[in-house]
Design a protein around this ligand. Sequence first.
Ligand code: CUK
Ligand code: CUA
Length: 623
Amino acid sequence: MNPTLKRVIFAIAGAAAGLLISFIFFADLNKGDQNASANQSKAEKVFVPYGEKDEYYMMASGGHSGQLFVYGLPSMRKIRTVPVFTPDPATGYGYDAKSKEMLGGYTWGDFHHPAISETAGDYDGQFLFANDVGNNRVAAVDLETFHTVDIMSLPNMGGPHAGVFVTENTEYIALPTRFARPLDGQFAPLDDYESEYKGVVSMTTFDREAKKFDLAYQIVLPPWSYDLSDAGKKMSSDWIVMTTYNTEFATTNLEINASQNDRDYIVLLNWKELEKQVAAGNYKDVNGAKMIDPREHKGAIYAVPVAKSPHGVDVTPDGTRFIAAGKLAPMMTVFSFQKAFDAIEKGEFTDEKYGIPVLNYEDVMEREVDPPGALGPLHTQFDDRGNAFNTMFISSEVVKWNVDTGEVIDRQPSYFSPGHAAATEGDTVSPDGKWLVALNKIAKDNFLSVGPSHPESMDLYDISGDKMEHIMAVPVDPEPHYAQIIHRDKIKTITVYPKDEARPNSVWKQDDARIERNGNEVHVYGIAMRSRFIFDAKADRPDAVTVKQGDRVFFHMTNIDLDQDITHGFGINEYDLNFEVQPGQTSTLEFVADKAGVYPIYCTNFCSALHQEMSGYLLVEPK
Ligand code: CUK
Ligand code: CUA
């Protein structure tokens, strides 16, 4: 080749390569710019300047921690852990007499589903109810104080996983059981599963004045597993819907044996009808519960077939449909309440299963929504514009689709494996369509490593536009299954417990602090204030208590600092005891002083510049 031509070719090639390199470089820079500005706009959406507050509370279940996790949205900052089913040294929960009695000796719980009390189908912000799958309990948290105020144990249950949800005006807090068991705590071998094991739904009521649960009645059902449930709204408000799995009655190796049937069922229960029957005395007393069999009452129970092992079922905000998500069948099935009511009216049943009339799938089903490649739908949430949002556990994404048309509008990845999602005001008759949080089971390498087990994670999405926008992922302790997100305006907390001189065991004047002995019981009516304890106002050392080994000791402590956030703790060295009194609160610590010796008492909760001086002594004289 002519050397000149060669030079020309090299020059052109060099220039082209240079151009390409600079093109790639600039394109990359440009992308970097775009990413930076996208990230900046995301950050701006969730940044809450100092002095301002988040717009929403997210109340997330704490799973097998047994606690409630409170987050602020959109910042996703964790605000508080509220102990519910598990003792919590940070707040002394489970040590003082009242919370110890409420816990009933249990040291853990498995809290899956929070339900905020509702009025006319909207969150009213007064109470939050919690289920304990681990130990068959239901709890109420007072949202004025964020304190657990009542826990009730439920008889005849095998893990109330499918609760809690509330009916439209919190008439009932319902808890369907997950595992079937023989009733009344009886023994029956697994060979007798079909005849002796029962599914049960607990229908509990809550007295808002007395802050107390009552078990209104229980519903006995075939020994299927009741997985998730929801209450109807508006036109469907008399009804409860529940998904079932293990209609195979498998008693071992459920992974395979409970996944045989092509269809399981959604059970429809008419609680208004059952309530009437209970009032008419049509129940049996079983282990302290009024047990009603809905199969004995016309119009009380129906079943609708649904694709293989469904998980979540959610009622649309307008109450016209219920949507099942099929964990083994990759689709969402939209059912119409009106169609179900019509079929019931006409008496059109295909079958009867264990005494339950079965409706024809085609009669009730309105639409199957099956986005290509979307796998493992678990739960459905809603916005204010007729759209549904489904979490896809296996394909790790959130799918937005229109309930009326079934059209898939958007799909966004999640990081990773979402279980539930929670939308702002999402379970009400009026979701507001602003934010959605996916509660993920597996965080993989999203965060700094803390060893083989990673935190769970939560994704925040802005759902106010046509397309969803993924904003960020945050780590969380095990393990939120579900959350409800409520606007802050609905939560009315108190700043101090009101001073109530009639409150049993309370002491408000320093001079009234005293110690009373009654046989081998010692009652200390004491005061906690900045920055000392007063146990006996008349004593030379008002902050010392002397008892005899073996005495039963009661510390009734009142915090007379009626100032916001002045909480006093109370720890006794080597006695494994610790509780707290919030401003204006009276709490009792009860224990047997079985160890002789001298034990420092001190305030555990930093309360003033002289917090370190807030101490005293427990002197236990040997026998
Ligand atoms: S369950 Cu955990 S992801 Cu207990 Cu509501 Cu569906
Ligand atoms: Cu009281 Cu620290």
